[in-house]
Write a protein that binds this ligand. Structure first.
Ligand code: ATP
Length: 722
């Protein structure tokens, strides 16, 4: 290798015959230059090179720092020239290419760019002008380039110059038998006809500013390996996104490819029962072509939606103002997760979730300064922060990050990442949606993983097969979302949930399970989700053999309904937890509480209700019971305990007495206060409490009604007692 700067000719990775032919031809125009592949080559090109070596170097044999000038043939896309992309911005380039131009194309000092059928046609014109002779073998290779890229002159991209070049190459001795030998590996005649039909039918749509092409054809015979035809189309025309609809007697095959991150074709096709990933997808459907194309287009357009109108329409004023403040703080700000999901579902969710593609904590600090009376908490280790607003609403802020698990269930390792990777670590597709809060595209919906389709199809779907094993609490979340929204858990997701449950929910974090369980129990009808958990085989992880007593749940609903107006601070989830564990004895209940690490206050409530309920029921069944006695028995019990008692008894007397307590007795008050007693020349002492209690009992039992009655009572009480 030379020690000074070199001129290097290269072509795109996965080089095809036009790339190879152009490389060899450019080598004749620049005899001192090195010819080098930028990466792999197509299989039929490889086979050709084994038979007819062309002395082309592999990219690893070239040191980047030795390159002084680049000559690109058959491409000007930076991401298609392998390692040479690293020097593309700082090295003079000459370009010979036939592809249509794109926004992010490299530019050359010298450019020979025309939309011919093949790049070799452009180079041959120059070669012929210069009168440089070629060998028969070269003529054969150059013909291969033209034949391949023009689909044997059938593609509409074929130009008269291609045909002219080909006729000249024949004259130079091109060997057609070699041409057909190597072309055959790629496309059969029926492939070529199909390609031609597809090209003729191309229709262009603009989705989010990106060109999306729909092509369709109805071949007369069955065609194997449709994917390679689509691959050819993408290669030849450099489509960004292509959907091909191949009609047969029975159905329509949709095959799609995408080169851009913004449009993931797999998710677009998932609503047809098909699938794939961002770059490639397929589906087989029955129906009318036009209708199906319309549906695909509608799915594509959904992903293009700008949701600023929903922000305007569905959010309260204070929240819109907060969003407007955070939007003014620069770029890289996105509303994400449950907030976006609920905005679309039109469900109230007043906690904002933000992802910042940058430093989340710095952003949170700036934002907090702009929100009056807000309180900021930062978690440096995780790069997250939380702002609590004056009205107690919360804003969660995180720098975009990705997580990797050293092993399932372990705490994830966190590193900065793109928005796309950040959304990828989420639990379900419906929680992967984001809305841009950046001024330049405020309100743009970002849907990398098919979240919109799943919301439309009312489906809970995990993002990858290991998701539930990595974090089994997601099974509980799936069930919660499914019962809360009335969505179905997608088949494969459900199957995996059952597999993970059978495997013993290894690596389950009980603290997180507790949080999820509380959320489930906080929903209005938790028995729906609890039944589903039982069906999936995971309820036993709360306690083995837990059985749901349906009757008890409906009785609690009934009592809650009747007493709703009297219950202020009742934690209904505790009631549902009582219902869930009604079959457990005290020791077992204590163990569950310990395992799930409930707070002491909750532990007290649960154990009290369980222990006291039978005694209270018995007590309230006494034949005679003064109101004041009833009051004293119930006043220190939690609402949860009393409702639990109600749900557990059939006794009408007990129910009547409890209702009397809630509706009347509990509201009873005395007129006099401690201050009144002092003004009656009494010294403050524990006796005060006794006197006031007696006054209250007098009221409850109907012996005292007015303030005067109270005063008289005190006179008598003092006269006898002091
Ligand atoms: P909710 O309305 O119950 O608050 P949410 O979707 O906002 O629902 P959060 O528990 O607040 O739920 O979580 C916020 C976001 O964090 C979710 O939307 C989801 O994207 C993500 N998330 C939460 N828990 C998990 C988990 N276990 N695995 C992956 N992603 C999760």
């Amino acid at each position: 290798m030379k020690t000074g700067g070199i001129t290097l000719i290269t072509t795109h990775t996965n080089a095809d015959f036009d790339g190879l032919a152009s490389l060899v031809c450019a080598g004749k125009l620049y005899p001192d230059a090195y010819k080098c592949f930028s990466g792999s080559v197509c299989s039929n090109v490889k086979a050709f090179l084994e038979a007819y070596p062309q002395g082309i170097l592999k990219s690893r044999s070239i040191k980047l720092e030795t390159i002084e000038r680049l000559i690109l043939v058959d491409t000007r896309e930076k991401h298609r020239i392998g390692k040479f992309s690293q020097i593309a911005d700082k090295t003079p380039i000459s370009i010979y290419d036939h592809h249509p131009s794109q926004q992010d194309d490299l530019t050359g000092e010298k450019e020979e760019i025309r939309e011919e059928g093949a790049t070799i046609t452009i180079l041959l014109e120059i070669l012929r002008k210069k009168g440089i002779p070629i060998t028969k073998e070269e003529a054969t290779l150059f013909s291969l380039g033209i034949y391949e890229d023009t689909g044997s002159l059938l593609f509409p991209t074929t130009s008269s110059s291609d045909i002219d070049s080909l006729s000249w190459l024949f004259k130079q001795g091109a060997d057609l038998s070699i041409v057909s030998e190597y072309l055959e590996h790629k496309l059969t005649k029926s492939h070529l006809l199909l390609l031609s039909d597809l090209f003729k039918s191309c229709r262009l749509y603009k989705i989010r500013g990106i060109d999306v092409v729909f092509a369709s054809a109805k071949p007369k015979e069955h065609i194997e390996d449709l994917a390679s035809v689509i691959h050819q189309m993408m290669d030849i025309e450099r489509f960004k996104v292509l959907f091909c609809f191949i009609e047969t007697e029975e159905c329509i095959h949709i095959i799609a490819r995408s080169r851009v991150e913004e449009i993931g074709v797999g998710s677009v096709l998932s609503c047809f029962g098909g699938g794939g990933h961002g770059q490639a997808g397929s589906a087989t459907v029955k129906g009318m072509l036009k209708k199906i194309q319309k549906m695909v287009l509608a799915n594509l357009k959904l992903g293009e939606r700008n949701l600023s109108f929903l922000i305007e329409k569905r959010l309260p004023k204070w929240m819109r103002e907060v969003i407007s403040v955070l939007s003014g703080l620069g770029t890289g700000v996105y509303l994400v997760g449950g907030f976006v999901r609920d905005l679309i579902l039109n469900r109230e969710n007043l906690d904002l979730d933000l992802v910042i593609t940058g430093d989340g904590i710095e952003f949170a600090k700036k934002l907090s300064c702009l929100l009056p009376n807000s309180c900021l908490t930062c978690h440096r280790r995780f790069g997250t922060a939380q702002i609590t607003l004056e009205n107690k609403a919360k804003i969660d802020i995180a720098g975009a990050r990705k997580e990797s698990y050293a092993k399932p269930g372990a705490l994830p390792e966190i590193s900065p990442a793109s928005l796309k990777s950040d959304l990828k670590r989420r639990d379900f597709t419906i929680n992967t949606l984001a809305i841009s809060a950046n001024p330049k595209d405020f309100g743009r919906l970002i849907d990398f993983y098919g979240g919109i389709t799943d919301i439309q199809n009312r489906t809970i779907r995990i993002l990858h097969p290991k998701s539930l094993a990595d974090d089994p609490t997601r099974i509980f979340r799936a069930v919660r979302f499914s019962s809360r929204f009335g969505f179905a858990i997608e088949k494969e997701t459900e199957k995996i949930a059952r597999d993970v449950a059978r495997g013993g929910l290894k690596h389950l974090s009980y603290e997180r399970l507790r949080n999820e369980l509380i959320l489930i129990l906080s929903d209005e009808y938790p028995e729906k989700a609890l039944n589903r958990l039982s069906d999936l085989g995971v309820l036993g992880f709360v306690w083995p053999g837990l059985v749901l007593k349906k009757g008890l749940f409906s009785k609690i609903h009934e009592e809650l309904f009747h007493l709703a107006i009297f219950l202020e601070g009742a934690q209904t989830w505790v009631l549902w937890f009582l219902a869930l564990t009604v079959g457990l004895n005290r020791g077992e209940t204590e163990e569950v509480i310990k395992k799930l690490r409930f707070r002491a206050e909750i532990r007290k409530k649960v154990l009290e209700a369980k222990a006291k309920a039978p005694f209270i029921i018995k007590f309230l069944q006494r034949k005679t019971l003064k109101n004041s006695t009833l009051y004293k028995r119930l006043i220190n019990l939690s609402d949860e305990t009393i409702i639990f008692v109600l749900a557990k008894t059939k006794s009408l007397l007990v129910k009547k007495r409890i209702h009397l307590f809630f509706a009347t007795l509990r509201k009873e008050r005395v007129y006099l206060t401690g201050d009144d007693l002092i003004s009656m020349s009494l010294k403050p002492s524990p006796k005060f409490r006794k006197i006031l209690d007696k006054l209250l009992s007098g009221h409850l039992d109907g012996k005292i009604k007015t303030k005067e009655d109270e005063l008289r009572f005190i006179e008598r009480f003092l006269g006898r007692d002091s």
